[in-house]
Design a protein around this ligand. Sequence first.
Ligand SMILES: [Zn+2]
Length: 396
Amino acid sequence: MESIENEYAAMRRRHHRAAAATDDALHHIALALEAHRSPASADDMQVDVSPDPDPDPQPGAQPDADSPLDQLRHLHKLAKGLQAALVLDHKSVGATINKLGRAIDAATFPHLGGLCAPNVRLNTAKINDAIASHLFRTGLFDIGHSFLREAHLQLHDDHIRPFRRLHDILTAFRHQDLRPAIAWREENEDALRGSDEHLLFRLHRLAYLQILGTGDRDAALAYARAHFAHFPDHITSVQRLMTCLLYVHKLAESPYRDLVSPAHRDSIERALSREYCRAQGMKHDPSLVTVVRCGTKAIPTLIKASRVAPTLSDLGMDDALPVEIDVGRECQFHSIFTCPVSKEEASEGNNMPMMLPCGHVLSNQSILRLPRGSHRFKCPYCPMEQVGSECREVHF
Ligand SMILES: [Zn+2]
């Protein structure tokens, strides 16, 4: 990555130098041309009309104002110098672009296509839906509507409205207006029961501290009286907040400075966004973010795999990734069961997880291999004998 950045910086420097030299040379030619058109003013010109880096026209070589032919010769010389300089610059910029391309090729692996399962067909409708949702979820409403139009998609306003409200709430929050957030949380008290019950108190606490931050002690006290009585569970916090009234102009240096830490605001914003998505039945992270996160974790492993075997068929596989990739708990959306005997992931169909009468769980394929001719077999994890027909499918 560093080599790409260095080459890119070199290419930009070279390009800027070439562009500046060209502008400079054009400016000198324009001046010389102007002087040729109005010879009277030529004597007043104090400009060095030789374009750098062409060494041909001598610096300070002014056109002979008495001879239009000489002036034209001089202009011709200047133009030739500019042309030569342009050719040199063009070559030089081209060379740096080539070096940048080589740096990108060296630092990236464009041949991972062979490790993508060829039998998996991407679902265009779902991808478009994910892109549109991402745009609306991140507040890019104009771009989202353009995307819908260009992709010939219909998304009902009922689907977009919740995104817009979330965007309005978060925008107001970032501008220190907590009213939309508090109003939304109060409206959804029932829907959010059992989730982050402290969020409403944290919002009121932040609103109170914001008022206190303006120095208006009376307004802060009035706000506290109007709202904190509804939070008897937070009496200790309320007591601390009330004592803050003594430090109205110096909260940041007071024993209560932890209350005004910017970390609180960030944490409340994240909780607000998370709770809103939960109430709406939306995933907190947009699908595209999850895809990029998984891809970022998977690509280094895939690059290593591609060095061993460039295509899936080299590995005798055609519908699965050639290696197991741990994408982390936050990217796991369903429970999986890995058979402790075969170490294979159990799946729907003929390899379901099965619970033995002793309580241990194995995959169906492992159980079928255990009896070895007899209908009775021993559990591999305890000495209990059992028969296959007593095993039960387990659904997660
Ligand atoms: Zn057992």
